[in-house]
Design a protein around this ligand. Sequence first.
Ligand SMILES: [Ca+2]
Length: 461
Amino acid sequence: MGPARFRFFRACAVLAAAIGLPAGCALRHPTGPPKPDASPNIVIIFADDQGYGDLSCYGHPTIHTPHIDRMAAEGMKLTQFYVASPVCSPSRAALLTGCYPKRVGMHRHVVFPPDDWGLHTDEVTIADLLRERGYATACIGKWHLGHRRGLLPTDQGFDEFFGVPYSNDMSRFHRSESDTYPHALPLMRADTVLEWEPDQHELTRRYTEEAVNFIDRHHGEPFFLYLPHSMPHIPIYASEAFAGRSPRGLYGDVIEEIDWSVGEIRAALERHGLSERTLVVFTSDNGPWLPFKTRGGTAGPLRGGKGSNWEGGQRVPCVVWWPGRVPAGSISRAVTTTMDLLPTIARLTGAPLADRRRIDGHDISALLSGEGGATSPTEAFIYYTSNGEPAGIRRGPWKLLLEAGELYDVEADIGEKWDRAQEHPELVAELRVLAEARDAEITATARPRMSVLEPLFKAGP
Ligand SMILES: [Ca+2]
């Protein structure tokens, strides 16, 4: 679909709002009246390396997150929600495509500044799906799915991009080997470098202002806001307004500033009367970076952290808010994943998936709306290492770690303390066969990542 057609759809939506039609503009669906909430706005807020235990609504005793807690009190808290990789780039590829990273060729660890590859533009992202439905789309924050020409958010379904193309530590100013590290961190708008080495104290505030501005500009039409924060990925920074506030130290300050940001997004939605027409998801891309001790986060009761396949590496907090659609104060203990967001959003917005490429996520809209009897559509979840090797499988309460042959009941034993493999040798064998078969299917049908020879920008100023 070309830009002219997008502009036509936008114009329809704005016109519909002006003459009082529902958001699911009838002009865009000439064959029938729109269903209620046929075009809900979608907001996904994605923290970086924030652990399962770092929010007060997930049990942190000293970090104060009233805005996210309020989202949970008025919406749903998911307690067994997984990311598809314990590190950044593969996890982001999975969120945006609904696929295991290996299926889209993005499983071999993260994109570094010298790398020439990223997510293939043939893949269908949430932004692609929603842009086809006439949504305004923005990525504000950290991308990390390729930064050569043709691999940026604006090449993957986003109308707008403001933020950094990779992690905030991929910078000569933040590397112990800085004498030999040639790369600086650019702050970009679309495909243009605005600043080299932006002041990271201001990143959360600047992303938030951009996000609120996007909502202000597009409140009269359906929109998709993807807000992947750079924080609390090491090195962590809070603005002056938050520094020194939390008894948890700087890490607590950083999380409290992200919580403030969530409150600003919500206030913008309320100011435009969009609360009941907007699905907001808050989650994190992987677990806490434990070697940094108190400079990093905590996985609470879970074992392990970022980079590992213990629950602390891949089970993350997830809060879903949509007043009137997601029951207030609800908790889902079903096994769900970031890969479920794309098919769920497709269902909620009427975006067709039938003729698309194979994906791995499942529609969880029934779970999110609290329908009685709704269960997890995920029969088995495969854990992959940060380099894309199959590492484990979860089915029901049971998790088998393939290499060690250890079996845990992660519902009764959330901290993975007691290996039960010796009691259940047949289950161990069955899960191993299932994991190998699933991985073999994904490997056999995997699609390639995309390489681009031409750099978009030089290594630094
Ligand atoms: Ca991360």
